[in-house]
Every structure is written in structure tokens, then in C-alpha cells.
Design a protein around this ligand. Structure first.
Ligand code: HEM
Ligand SMILES: *[C@@H]1O[C@H](CO)[C@@H](O)[C@H](O)[C@H]1NC(C)=O
Ligand SMILES: *[C@@H]1O[C@H](CO)[C@@H](O)[C@H](O)[C@H]1NC(C)=O
Ligand SMILES: *[C@@H]1O[C@H](CO)[C@@H](O)[C@H](O)[C@H]1NC(C)=O
Length: 331
């Protein structure tokens, strides 16, 4: 990517007004565009949606994979940009990183890619498939639809240690989270808004045992947790014998894409430190309170996803034939 592109991305994410102007002029962030496949593969978005929805509705349990795809879009974009590096197989690739251990949805992307290659070979990038599928996941969870820009190209490099060093973790507080997002050109407010993705999310016991049993090396439970909430999480995640497959819902109200996450934080029932600190820190608490308005949350979330979807976009890469492998011959 040229310096000019990077500069434009940062400018547009920092100044919403500038971004709005550029988006309405149809240039989009970083050279991305709405309706990007309109002429090259008109059914692309519909095909991806059909594959995703077929998976989500295959059984009651499968709505789980909707939030998996949403997390995948974050884990793709936040590590060396939105370039589908998270999908590459191989020793030491991003998907082998501990932080990606519970990431799901790879097969949904494979299926969409297979169908797209059958109708418009070599046209739709894996990075764009992730971005569209994440939007469709939000809609399936009853969130509000937003336009997703297309035009990303796929990268050829995927390194586990880069996922570990670039992604934020659940033990972080507001300062660390803000600094982490700033490195990607995203503001503290956008960090708070994007954390709303946890409204239909599930965590797992391995990431929680420290907060429950050895908070900051004290051998104790995080004292800021309400007793009943801590007891319930300890019941779900017994100290030495927890079950890795147990889901801990991060919104204590509903499994839908709504404001329940922020209301959980107001009740001091944020599952990870990174969640609860958004309410406990006086700098971000006002925005948490504001985001309990569902219309506002949905609108802000869509805008923030468009910004996230433009991180480090690669306009000069390739269109992978198989999302799990780099092309061996130029496509
Ligand atoms: C603000 C910094 C963030 C931190 C520290 C963070 C941390 C976490 C943690 C610890 C989990 C649970 C992992 C597990 O135990 O399985 C999780 C799950 C999840 N995260 Fe985040 N996250 C952040 C931001 C985001 C963003 C920006 C998105 C998407 C826009 C997102 C979407 C999700 C989803 C959907 C899940 C649940 C996945 C599933 O149910 O399979 N997160 N996150
Ligand atoms: C749905 O997607 C998940 C995640 O990729 C996969 O494990 C599961 O087998 C899929 N279910 C169906 C019915 O295709
Ligand atoms: C789905 O979204 C609509 C519109 O925001 C809302 O009125 C409705 O209550 C939501 N349904 C559920 C089950 O959350
Ligand atoms: C672990 O939890 C999963 C999901 O709740 C459940 O299906 C499975 O039976 C549990 N395994 C054990 C050994 O308890």
C-alpha cells in the first residue's frame, strides 16, 4: 500500500465528516467501494448471505457461528489489516495462535468461496467475503444492516505471533485498549462502540480463570465483581476442572445483537476486565450509557464496522482461489 492510501485511511477514520464526504462521493475508505461487485459479480453479496444464513439456521445452536464470523472480521482486520491472513492454513499461521483458539466460521467462508468461484472465478477476495459475512451475521442476530465496502485484496503472509502481539486481550483496561486501537487508526469511542459486538458473544473458561481465581496474582477473585455474578461464573468454570467447551455469554440479557451488553456493564456484569473497564472508567462510562439507546448503538456500530473494515487494506494483493492457501500461480 502506498503512503497516500494509508494517509487517506487514517484521515477518514479520524475525521468522520471527511469520511462521510468521501463515502458519499463513492470513493470509500482506502479506495474501497459500496456495491463493489455490482458489475464483476452481481450476485456476490447474495451468494455469501445465502451460505451464511443456511449455516446459521441449520439448527438452533448454529446461531453461535454468526458471532464467530463477527469476531473473525475483527481478528482479520486488526492483524496486519483486512487481508484474510487469518484464513491461511499452515504451521505457525495466525489461526494457530492461542488468541484464535476459539475462532470459528472458517468452513462458512470456504463454502461461500467455493460457490463464488463457480460463478465468477477469480473475482471475489476472501477478505471481502469475511467482511460481508460479518455484516450478514449481525443482521441474522437482529442487528441493523449496513453497507459493506468491497475491493480488498488477499495477503500472502500470516504469522501467529503477529496475532498475539496486535490483538487486545480480555485483561486490558481502557488505556491499553485505547492505545491498541489507536495503532489501527481507531478512536477510543470507536473502541467502545465496537466492543458492543460482545452483545451476542460467548467467552470460554480459559480466558477467565485468572479473573476468577488469581486476579493480578492475588490468589483471589477480582474484588470488583458482584458476589453473585462471580459465584455464577465460578460455577460455570470450576477452578481446576473447567470444561473448555462451556459457553459464557457476554451479554447477560439476550443472545441478540442489541444493547444488552452495555446494560450488563451497567450492572457490573461484564465478563472480562476489558468489558467491565469500559463502564468503570469515567472517561468511557458516559458513552456506555449513551449506547444503551438501541437506534444509536446500531447506527454507530455500522459506521465503526466500515472504519474497521478499512484497516490496512491491501489493494495490490491477490484474489485467492482457495481461502486457506496463497495462490501458487498468479490468478
Ligand atoms: C476491545 C477489545 C476487545 C477485546 C479485549 C476482546 C476480547 C474478547 C475475548 C476475551 C473474547 C472471548 C474469547 C473466548 O474466551 O472464547 C471475545 C469474544 C468475541 N469478540 Fe471480542 N474483544 C474485543 C473487541 C472485539 C471487536 C472489535 C469485535 C468485533 C467487532 C469482537 C467480537 C467478538 C465476538 C463476536 C466474540 C464471541 C465469538 C463467539 O461467540 O464465538 N470483539 N473477545
Ligand atoms: C456451520 O459453520 C460452522 C463453523 O464453520 C461449522 O463447524 C458447521 O459444521 C457448519 N454447520 C453446517 C450445518 O454447515
Ligand atoms: C429486533 O429488532 C427490532 C428492531 O430494532 C426490535 O424492535 C425487536 O425487539 C428486536 N427483536 C429481538 C428479539 O431482539
Ligand atoms: C462440556 O460442555 C459441553 C457444552 O456445554 C457439553 O456438551 C459436554 O458434554 C461437556 N463435557 C463434559 C466432559 O462435561
Amino acid at each position: 500500500m502506498t503512503f497516500h492510501h494509508r494517509h487517506l485511511c487514517l484521515l477518514t477514520t479520524l475525521f468522520t465528516v471527511g469520511c462521510f464526504l468521501i463515502v458519499t462521493a463513492d470513493a470509500g475508505y482506502c479506495g474501497l467501494q459500496d456495491n463493489y461487485y455490482q458489475t464483476s459479480c452481481p450476485s456476490a453479496e447474495a451468494v455469501i448471505n445465502a451460505v451464511a444464513v443456511a449455516n446459521f439456521t441449520s439448527d438452533a445452536f448454529a446461531l453461535r457461528f454468526a458471532s464467530g464470523l463477527l469476531r473473525m472480521s475483527f481478528h482479520d482486520c486488526h492483524v496486519d489489516g483486512c487481508d484474510a491472513s487469518v484464513l491461511l492454513d499452515g504451521p505457525g499461521s495466525e489461526k494457530t495462535a492461542e488468541i484464535n483458539h476459539f475462532l470459528t466460521g472458517y468452513e462458512i467462508i470456504d463454502k461461500a468461496k467455493e460457490e463464488l468461484e463457480a460463478i465468477c472465478p477469480g473475482v471475489v477476495s476472501c477478505a471481502d467475503i469475511i467482511a460481508y459475512a460479518a455484516r450478514d451475521a449481525i443482521v441474522a442476530l437482529n442487528g441493523t444492516r449496513f453497507e459493506v465496502q468491497g475491493g480488498r485484496k488477499d495477503g500472502r503472509v500470516s504469522i501467529a505471533s503477529r496475532a498475539e502481539s496486535q490483538l487486545p486481550n480480555g485483561d486490558m483496561g481502557v488505556d491499553e485498549l485505547t492505545a491498541n486501537f489507536a495503532l489501527k487508526g481507531l478512536s477510543r469511542d470507536q473502541m467502545v462502540v465496537l466492543s458492543g459486538a460482545h452483545t451476542s458473544a460467548a467467552g470460554h473458561c480459559p480466558g477467565l480463570v485468572k479473573r476468577l481465581y488469581d486476579f493480578r496474582g492475588t490468589g483471589q477473585t477480582d474484588p470488583s465483581m458482584p458476589q453473585a455474578f462471580a459465584d455464577q461464573l465460578k460455577f460455570q468454570c470450576p477452578k481446576a476442572t473447567f470444561n473448555e467447551s462451556v459457553f459464557i455469554t457476554m451479554d447477560t440479557f439476550t443472545p441478540f445483537f442489541d444493547t444488552g451488553y452495555y446494560r450488563s456493564l451497567q450492572n457490573h456484569e461484564g465478563v472480562f476486565t476489558s468489558d467491565q473497564s469500559l463502564y468503570d472508567d469515567e472517561r468511557t462510562q458516559p458513552l456506555v450509557n449513551t449506547l444503551t439507546d438501541n437506534n444509536l448503538f446500531q447506527a454507530k456500530f455500522g459506521e465503526a464496522m466500515r472504519a474497521m473494515g478499512s484497516i490496512g487494506v491491501n489493494l495490490d494483493g491477490e484474489i485467492r482461489k482457495d481461502c486457506r492457501k496463497v495462490n501458487t500461480v498468479p490468478y
